[in-house]
Write a protein that binds this ligand. Sequence first.
Ligand SMILES: C[S@@+](CC[C@H](N)C(=O)[O-])C[C@H]1O[C@@H](n2cnc3c(N)ncnc32)[C@H](O)[C@@H]1O
Length: 259
Amino acid sequence: MNRVISLGQVDSWRRAAAAEARLSSDGWVLDVATGEGGMARVLLQQWPRAKVVGLDFSREMLRNGRSHSAGWPIRWAEGDALSLPFPSDFFEAVVSAFMLRNVTDVRAALTEQVRVVRAGGRVIALEMTWPRSPLFRPFFRFYFGSIVPILGWLFTGYLDAYRYLPQSVQAFISPEELATTMEAAGLQEVQYRLLMMGTITLHIGVKAPGGATAQTRGACGACVPNGPSSPAPAATPTGPRRKSLWLLSRPGPGPVPGR
Ligand SMILES: C[S@@+](CC[C@H](N)C(=O)[O-])C[C@H]1O[C@@H](n2cnc3c(N)ncnc32)[C@H](O)[C@@H]1O
């Protein structure tokens, strides 16, 4: 459905986001709110040796993600973006695609991403935004407000979800406000690009070198060293912020499809 709505462009936006992760060859990367795993698969296409973790709080989405990603070495985790079940300073990059608009607290979600990314690591957010151009806005409003709900209903049977989509995009903060929120969450060198006539934004920020989360640095002593067949990191000690289930599955050993 995402492909239909985006006129076939969604994977090119995901590729632009994946390129910004700038991973070392086998680094850990988190796809927050992975849904059916579209972003996670694109990350693996771009960084075939990376260890990709796809997290979502919806079991149904994770189930769909697994079935759509058979043969892809993705690690799946169930948890809330507002309380990530991972050690601090662990991932080389954290990516979210079309998530921030859906969370109840954007800054809290970004603060969690900053916590789990390593110092010098990148936090990347791909999101939909209301276009600025007064000429283009009426077309976008018509397409998103009238055509997309009908397409959504025809293809999926859900009307309300696709009525909510334009409302959530219009209600979401502007690209400038999102950049400011990223800085407030602790990111530096924040920049963003507008794609698809300003309807998509790609934000990138860097966790300050030396900006590790002091009180939990070393929490990943329990992690197994990186390696082609290594498991994902062990869960951190239990506590109010660690109540989610960390890992649901390990990746399969097979090659990355589509390579
Ligand atoms: C529009 S989908 C995006 C899926 C995927 N990232 C993509 O590229 O298509 C939004 C996803 O965010 C998930 N989500 C929303 N809020 C969340 C939260 N607080 N924690 C974890 N997942 C969340 C939903 O379950 C859903 O799968």
